[in-house]
Design a binder for this molecule. Structure first.
Ligand SMILES: Cc1ncc(COP(=O)(O)O)c(C=O)c1O
Length: 474
């Protein structure tokens, strides 16, 4: 930190800056902060300013002091935070950007009508289908084969969304105390699952904006694998949540070769793989499992983002022996899977490519409207335009905290997830995930609420003005 990073009110920006250094791990937790007098002299500010910043950090749990002994960094207690990432019910007059899941298209109802017509053929049977209906597994296998990953029906297990596929794979491969690499930031529920299982979560930075000079993400993964000897790596190669980042063909090869070479099982989550949004996007990138030997990569997929999360239909691809173990555990847990949903999923998969054309077009428009509006109304924010997926991963100006913005936003009827929800520990408080899954008028309304919330947060925390006009709007 230097004097140049501090803006009035200086004590508040100093507190935010120090807090972000602790959250990022750049200042070690439990490390001693400089004496107040020393820091004041180094930054050219008054001692009262530093005293007040340290007090703020202590009040928020980011520092502890002993009279006369000094001040140490610490982390706020988050033990009371419930780790579950499920959106709440809609409330009139508010905008909820805590979830990134598009509404269901009319084809869902049509598919269920067709499923009900097909149902009588199955009624004479017992209704249990361990591993899923053969017709559905065959369609998933066919779709994977079409994407360049030759797959048989036996290599596909139907699951209750990608969530159950991921949980099943983790239970089959990861033991308590095992290390698991996750890209960082990542889908929060994966981290919650790993924690619940007693895994050691090892975050590996995957920053789509980072220069590639150091070998980028594959090199970082390789380093982490070498140093921590993990059992598994959980990756979202296509249009990751929250960044929308995609691995290049070369990165895919390097990642799989290095992790397989070090005996690390890769779990590729393809939940968002259908959501390429750039019209000039090059041809489909090969699935991660297609660039490694058999058994090196497990693949989870779902209809949740390509069609609708309410379906709860997903799948896991892997070697039949591993799938049998996953299926046995799933059967012990909840018996079997709903038949009508699987029949509807067959119909939806048959029409998926056509349906995706419209879905991508809508998402592309929503992405572009949100990016343009944010860049216009909050010009000091870094707002990237991701190549696909469902959300923007915005970097806030230095000194602005996404928890402060999220807190302020609620007073304007806007619900957000803080950036740190997508990190391990307290990282990413300077980021905000903004999904573009809702219609354009809702997104534009959300931006106006956000401008007001950001201005409130800046006033409370003392970051530079974020609105172009400088005034509080509305
Ligand atoms: C990367 C990723 N994987 C999996 C899921 C959950 O998928 P499903 O609804 O199929 O369980 C999500 C939902 O947000 C996600 O973003």
């Amino acid at each position: 930190m230097g004097r140049a990073t501090l803006h009035p009110p200086v004590a508040a920006t100093l507190a935010v800056g120090l807090r972000q250094l602790v959250a990022d791990g750049r200042l070690p937790v439990g490390g001693r902060l400089p004496a107040e007098r020393e820091l004041a002299a180094a930054l050219g500010v008054s001692r009262v300013t530093v005293t007040s910043a340290y007090r703020r950090l202590r009040e928020d749990g980011w520092a502890r002091s002993r009279t006369g002994a000094g001040t140490w960094t610490s982390l706020p207690d988050r033990s009371g935070v419930v780790a579950a990432f499920v959106p709440g019910s809609p409330r009139d007059g508010t905008v909820d950007l805590t979830y990134a899941s598009p509404s269901g298209p009319p084809e869902v109802a049509e598919a269920y009508a067709a499923a009900l017509e097909a149902l009588p053929h199955l009624l004479p049977g017992h209704g249990y289908a361990a591993g899923g209906l053969a017709d559905l597994r065959a369609r998933v296998a066919e779709r994977m084969t079409g994407r360049g990953l030759p797959t048989t029906t036996e290599q596909v297990l139907v699951t209750t969304g990608a969530s159950a596929a991921i949980s099943g794979a983790l239970r089959a491969v990861v033991r308590r105390g095992d290390g698991v690499l996750v890209e960082h930031p990542t889908w929060p529920n994966a981290v919650d699952k790993l924690r619940a299982q007693g895994a050691r979560v090892v975050p590996v930075p995957r920053d789509p904006a980072a220069p590639q000079g150091t070998g980028g993400f594959p090199a970082a993964l390789d380093r982490a694998a070498r140093e921590t000897a993990p059992a598994l790596a959980y990756l979202v190669p296509d249009f990751a949540n929250p960044t929308g980042a995609v691995l290049t063909v070369d990165e895919r090869r390097r990642v799989v070769a290095s992790l397989h070479g070090r005996g690390v099982v890769v779990l590729a989550d393809e939940t968002l793989a259908d959501l390429a949004l750039d019209e000039d996007d090059p041809a489909l990138r090969p699935p991660l499992a297609s660039v490694g030997p058999d058994g090196a990569v497990l693949t989870a997929g779902s209809l949740s983002k390509s069609v609708w999360a309410g379906l709860r239909v997903g799948w896991l691809r892997g070697e039949p022996s591993l799938l049998a173990r996953v299926a046995a555990a799933a059967t012990r847990e909840h018996g079997s899977l709903p038949v009508v949903d699987q029949l509807a999923a067959c119909v939806l998969l048959d029409r998926l490519d056509d349906a995706l054309v419209g879905r991508r077009e809508r998402l592309r428009e929503q992405r572009d409207v949100l990016v343009d509006a944010l860049r216009e109304r909050l010009p000091t924010w870094e707002v990237p335009r991701p190549p696909g997926g469902l959300s923007l991963w915005c970097r806030l100006p230095r000194g602005t905290s996404s928890s402060a913005v999220t807190e302020a936003a609620e007073r304007h009827g806007l619900f957000l997830s803080t950036g740190s929800r997508f990190g391990v520990g307290h990282a990413f408080d300077e980021h905000l995930r903004l999904p573009f899954t809702q219609p354009v008028p809702v997104l534009l309304d959300a931006v106006e609420r956000l401008v007001r919330a950001a201005a409130d947060a800046d006033r409370a925390w003392g970051a530079p003005t974020t609105s172009r006009t400088g005034a509080v709007l509305g």
